[in-house]
Design a protein around this ligand. Structure first.
Ligand code: GSH
Length: 232
C-alpha cells in the first residue's frame, strides 16, 4: 500500500496518473498547501523541501522498513522500478526515458511554474517577466512538439516521461499557448487525456479539492517563503 501525500496540482497529478495506470493500491493523504499543511513536522520529515508530492511505501521491494520518497521525478522512477512498468529495462530505452524525465523536472515544470506565477498570481503584472516565461514556455512546447513528430510518446512507449510532462500542458491556455500551433503535441495530449487512468486521476483530484486553491490567504502562505519557514 502506497501512501500518497498529495494536492491537486500538476506535480501531484503525475503520481495519481501512475498509480491509476498500474492499479497499485494507494491511499491519498491530502496536504492543503494553501493552508500551510506542508509545514507540519510530520510532513517535513518525509518531504524536507515542503512540497508535495511525497510517498511512503510500507511494503518496499525486498521488505524492510518503509521507504519515503519526495520529488515527483524520483517518485515516478521509484514506482516504475518497483512495478517494472513505464520504464524499459534495457539501457538504451531507459536512458531515453530518464533524459526526458529530467528535462521535465529541470525545465518544463519550473519554467511553466514561473509562467503561472507571473501571469496569474504576482500582485504586479511585470511585462518583462510575463513575456520571458510565455516565450520560454513556447520554446519548450516547440521542443516537445518536434520530439513527438516521429514517435507516439516522448520516449517511445507510454512512460513516466509522458506522465511527468502531461499535467503541465493541461493549463496551456493560461500559459498563453495555442495547441493548434503544435500539432504533434496536441495529438499526444489528446491521447493521454483520453486514457482511462488519466480520467480517473482527474476524478480523484475533483473529489479531493472542491474549492479554489489560490485564495489571497493561500498566496500569503505560498509566496515569499524564506529559510525561516523550515527552520527547526
Ligand atoms: N520539484 C518538485 C516541485 C514540487 C512543487 O513545487 N510542489 C508544489 C505544488 S505543485 C508545492 O507543494 N508547493 C507548496 C509550497 O510552495 O509551499 C517536484 O516535482 O516534486
Amino acid at each position: 500500500m502506497i501512501e500518497l501525500y498529495y494536492w491537486t496540482t500538476p506535480n501531484g497529478h503525475k503520481i495519481t496518473m501512475f498509480l491509476e495506470e498500474t492499479g497499485l493500491p494507494y491511499t491519498i493523504v491530502p496536504v492543503k498547501i494553501g493552508a500551510g499543511e506542508q509545514f507540519k513536522p510530520e510532513f517535513l520529515a518525509i518531504s524536507p523541501n515542503n512540497r508535495i508530492p511525497a510517498i511512503i511505501d510500507r511494503e518496499p521491494k525486498g521488505g524492510g522498513a518503509p521507504i519515503s520518497v519526495f520529488e515527483s521525478g524520483a517518485i515516478l522512477l521509484y514506482l516504475a522500478e518497483k512495478t517494472g512498468r513505464f520504464i524499459p529495462g534495457d539501457l538504451r530505452g531507459r536512458v531515453e526515458v530518464l533524459q526526458w524525465l529530467f528535462w521535465q523536472m529541470g525545465g518544463l515544470g519550473p519554467m511553466l511554474g514561473q509562467n503561472h506565477h507571473f501571469g496569474q498570481y504576482a500582485p504586479e503584472k511585470i511585462p518583462y517577466a510575463i513575456e520571458r516565461y510565455v516565450k520560454e514556455t513556447n520554446r519548450l512546447y516547440g521542443v516537445l512538439n518536434k520530439r513527438l513528430a516521429d514517435r507516439p510518446f516522448v520516449a517511445g512507449d507510454y512512460s513516466i516521461a509522458d506522465m511527468a510532462a502531461y499535467p503541465w500542458i493541461v493549463p496551456y491556455e493560461r500559459q498563453g499557448q495555442n495547441l493548434d500551433d503544435f500539432p504533434h503535441l496536441k495529438r499526444w495530449f489528446e491521447e493521454i487525456k483520453a486514457r482511462p487512468a488519466t480520467v480517473r486521476a482527474h476524478e480523484r483530484a475533483k473529489e479531493i479539492n472542491t474549492e479554489q486553491t489560490m485564495t489571497e490567504e493561500a498566496k500569503k502562505v505560498l509566496f515569499g517563503q524564506t529559510a525561516a519557514i523550515v527552520k527547526s
